[in-house]
Structure formats: C-alpha cells, structure tokens
Design a protein around this ligand. Structure first.
Ligand SMILES: Nc1ncnc(NCCc2cnc(NC(=O)Nc3cccc(C(F)(F)F)c3)s2)c1Br
Length: 273
C-alpha cells in the first residue's frame, strides 16, 4: 500500500486473515488491502487501553517517526486509521514472523547467524541515528524476520526524535543500559548497549544480566557484571565485541560504524544481511 498520507483507510478496505501474534496492547492480523491485493499486518489497539496507559502521545510519535523511516531492516508502518473503539496500524508483513520465537526454538544462534543479524541491526540503527531517532527498545520481541530471512526492527513505540527523554519503566529491564536504569541523561549510545545485550543473547540464549529478582538485574546492569558461560563455546572475537559494547560510560561504547569493521563481524556476517 503506498503511503498516500491523505487516504483515509477504513476496515472495509481490508480482508482480515489469521492472527499473527498477540502484543501487550492488542492483536495483529494478516490482512489484504482489497484494491491492490497488497498483504499487510494489521495491529488492532483498543483506545480504552491506550487511554488507560496514557500512551496516546507515544503512539502518535511512533506513527510520525515511522512515516519518515525507509530502510530494509526497519519494518514499515504504512499508516493508521481508527473507528469508535480501536486504532489500527497498517504494517509491513514480516513473512517469517517473530525472532524471539525462532531464538526459543533454536535455543541460541550460530556465530554466523548472530553476526549477520547484529550487522543488519547496526546498519538500521546507523540510519535511525542519522535521522536523530533513537529506538530505545531493542530486544528480541521487537524484531521480526522478512521473507528472505532478513531482520526487521519493529515497534517504535518507545523511540524518540530528540535526546534525553525520560520514560516510565515497563516490560523487561534486561535491555536497558545503566544510564536508563539510573534514569540519567541518555543519547543514541543506549541503542549500542541494547545491541550488545542482544548479541550476547543471540549467542548464549539468555541476556547477560538476567537474574531472578528485578533488583538483582538492576545491580548487575549498573555494575556491568558481564560473565561469559563456558557453554556454548563462543569465539573470543565475539566476546571482545560484546565487551566493547557493554561499557558503562556511554561515550566509550564501540560506535556502530566501528562495529561493522570489527573482525568478528567481518569474518561471520553475511554481507547481504
Ligand atoms: N509477522 C508480523 N509481521 C508484521 N508485524 C507483526 N507484528 C506487529 C509488529 C509491530 C510493529 N509495530 C508495532 N507498533 C506498536 O505495536 N506500537 C504500539 C502499540 C501499542 C502502544 C504503543 C504506544 F502507544 F505505547 F506507543 C505503540 S507492533 C508480525 Br507478528
């Protein structure tokens, strides 16, 4: 569906198909736009829930930010519409589904698959940061897989245009860098930290600072209590990259363009992404 901003979409423009997934705020369905036969994903959100959680402004910001982003590793948000009780997001359909399910199934990824995903995420984040957009919520649940196996960052519900925005903590702490956990100023380097957490989880199947209690995860993050388990066996190049990203001082984290030149990425990432 071409994003003709003026076009007023309604539910009647779509044939609704199977449910694709269930998010916190609503369900996602496969759908086909009747005139073009274009396949999309339709996320249905209940206005009552959005009002209850006071996130309408975040949703508006997501739609605004996403309308300017065009990148092969960023899931398109073509537009939205609403009726009496619901808001509908018209999204690009990711044919191979949710990455977190794939990670649960495989337990952990090979170094080649992990490096290919990390490189494509780094390219997408370089693009976002170039437009002063920080995602701030990079985690497996927000990653989808396209028809050719390529990774797509989705759900910019937490992204911001400007820097140092406060945010209410919700969902898992695992991916938050120290500066966000300590709610101090933060900048685009927060996404580098989260990408480092993600790289660790791709290779070991669990995030690096996971703990039973919230308070323990909090302490492990702010102390950067980074340990590499003996199993599965992971190359020292991969550990070196992760150690350069999970650095407390955000200005000392490996810049994303340097990440793309790191030996582990050069040796393992599939150039096509
Ligand atoms: N196979 C698939 N192919 C395509 N999509 C799929 N699932 C949907 C992925 C999403 C993309 N973008 C999203 N955005 C939001 O959910 N935004 C959102 C929602 C509630 C509140 C808020 C806010 F108000 F808090 F910001 C923001 S969900 C699947 Br499964």
């Amino acid at each position: 569906v071409s994003a003709k901003e003026k076009k007023r979409w309604t539910l009647n423009d779509f044939d609704i198909g199977k449910p694709l997934g269930r998010g916190k705020f609503g369900h996602v369905y496969l759908a086909r736009e009747k005139r073009s036969n274009h396949i999309v994903a339709l996320k249905v959100l209940f206005k009552s829930q959005l009002q209850q959680s006071q996130v309408e402004h975040q949703l508006r910001r997501e739609v605004e930010i996403q309308s300017h982003l065009r990148h092969p590793n960023i899931l398109r948000l073509y537009g939205y519409f609403y009726d009496q009780k619901r808001v509908y997001l018209i999204l690009e359909y990711a044919a191979k589904g949710e990455l977190y399910k794939e990670l649960q199934k495989c337990k952990y990824f090979s170094e080649r698959r992990a490096a290919t995903y990390v490189a494509s995420l780094a390219r997408a984040l370089i693009y976002c940061h170039g437009k002063h957009v920080i995602h701030r919520d990079i985690k497996p649940e927000n990653l989808l897989i396209g028809a050719q196996g390529e990774l797509k960052i989705a759900d910019f519900g937490w992204s911001v245009h400007t820097f140092n925005r406060r945010r209410t903590m919700c969902g898992t702490l695992d991916y938050l860098p120290p500066e966000m956990v300590e709610s101090v100023e933060h900048d685009a380097n927060v996404d580098i930290w989260s990408l480092g957490v993600l790289c660790y989880e791709f290779l070991y199947g669990v995030p690096p600072f996971e703990a039973k209690e919230h308070s323990d995860t909090y302490r492990r993050i702010v102390q950067v209590d980074l340990k590499f388990p003996p199993k599965p066996i992971v190359s020292s190049a991969a550990k070196d990259l992760i150690s350069q990203m999970l650095v407390k001082d955000s200005s000392q984290r490996l810049p994303l363009h340097k990440l793309l030149e790191h030996p582990w990425i050069i040796q393992n990432a599939d150039p096509s992404g």
